[in-house]
Ligand binder design. Structure first.
Ligand SMILES: [Zn+2]
Length: 233
């Protein structure tokens, strides 16, 4: 069982927001830590275009690899700066533990740069953001732990129902008895991850997509009672 004396700080990783962090008890998204991924995504896109041009030019492959290595170091510095900002935020809490989703990706920058089918986040950015966060957290003596990621970006933090994404960056809870309604998706995901540290549960309760107004039966996915709406939604 997880340590009840710790303050779990959920950390959601993404491309729009590289890191979004908040404790399970955060009353609203204004107190969350959000660090934009815009700049590093733009640099990755630019590097990909540069490498394609270089590989098609007179430069030999070793020269291009050396250039990529230099750029990779600069990208890592940017990730570490972001991770430090997050660790500073988390360190203000009492006995914090950073809670991320479990990550199954291996960072492979060359794959992102040269494989036309590679996805920026899964090929390199999210996996490396995980690794750098762990390394920087160690400097701050912050524990990092992972919980199952299933549905963490879709589950409503207030009631556990699977929400829908009417807009890219928001999640709408379809449960009429839940007070959450519409919430920033990354903040919601960070809160869900923080809650999972304490509950030890995966997504406990979900509904079918809210495409009709008919009653939607709840499903118990993998153990545990449905969570009731909470006051801190
Ligand atoms: Zn809800």
């Amino acid at each position: 069982m997880r340590n009840p004396d710790r303050t779990p700080i959920g950390v959601d990783l993404g491309e729009y927001n590289l890191y979004t962090a908040c404790p399970a008890t955060m009353p609203n998204s204004r107190g969350a830590c959000t660090i934009s991924g815009d700049e590093i995504c733009a640099r990755l896109d630019e590097l990909r275009a540069q490498v394609a041009a270089l590989l098609a030019s007179v430069y030999d492959r070793d020269t291009v690899v050396a250039y990529v290595s230099q750029c990779r170091n600069e990208l890592l510095e940017a990730l570490e700066d972001a991770a430090r900002e997050l660790c500073e935020y988390a360190s203000a809490y009492d006995r914090p533990v950073l809670v991320t989703e479990d990550c199954h990706y291996e960072p492979d920058l060359w794959a992102w740069l040269t494989d036309p089918d590679a996805h920026r986040g899964t090929a390199w950015l999210l996996a490396m953001a995980h690794l750098r966060l762990r390394a920087v957290a160690a400097e701050y003596a912050l524990e990092v732990t992972a919980v199952p990621e299933a549905y963490s970006s879709q589950e409503c933090h207030g009631c556990g129902v699977i929400g829908d994404r009417p807009l890219d960056k928001t999640l709408r809870c379809p449960n009429p008895d839940c007070r959450v309604d519409v919430v920033h998706a990354d903040y919601n995901a960070a809160k869900v991850l923080a809650q999972r540290y304490s509950s030890g549960q995966r997504c406990a309760y979900r509904s079918s997509p809210p495409d009709t107004t008919a009653e939607r039966p709840a499903l118990v996915a993998d153990g545990g009672p449905p969570q009731l709406p909470q006051d801190d939604a």
